[in-house]
Ligand binder design. Structure first.
Ligand SMILES: [Zn+2]
Length: 100
């Protein structure tokens, strides 16, 4: 098992050269495409395909963070380690909303 930071470092070593050449906007477009593919996989019954799309979304999110110099683990924990960023509780006690 590796941490998010270790995974981000792995992606950095594996793809940083290609990701930097593509740049943040091109990499963001790849991430968007993978999110759409995740949504498509949710419509099916193929569990492996669903897991693959989660992996792709996470990998592209991490690539984007690498080229923008964002420490994903630090950023996520800074915002969510103490529970919901709005009500500061865990579980969240904010008013339930179906969509954002
Ligand atoms: Zn809340």
């Amino acid at each position: 098992m590796i941490s998010v930071a270790e995974f981000q470092d792995l992606m950095n070593r594996t793809y940083f050269d290609k990701d930097s050449k593509r740049g943040p906007h091109g990499t963001y477009e790849w991430l968007r495409e993978e999110v759409i593919e995740l949504g498509d996989a949710m419509q099916g019954k193929d569990r492996q395909a669903l897991e693959d799309e989660f992996a792709d979304v996470f990998a592209w999110l991490t690539s984007l963070a690498n080229i923008l110099g964002v420490d994903l683990e630090r950023a996520a924990l800074k915002k969510y380690a103490d529970g919901c960023p709005k009500c500061h509780l865990s579980p969240c006690r904010c008013v339930y909303r179906e969509t954002s």
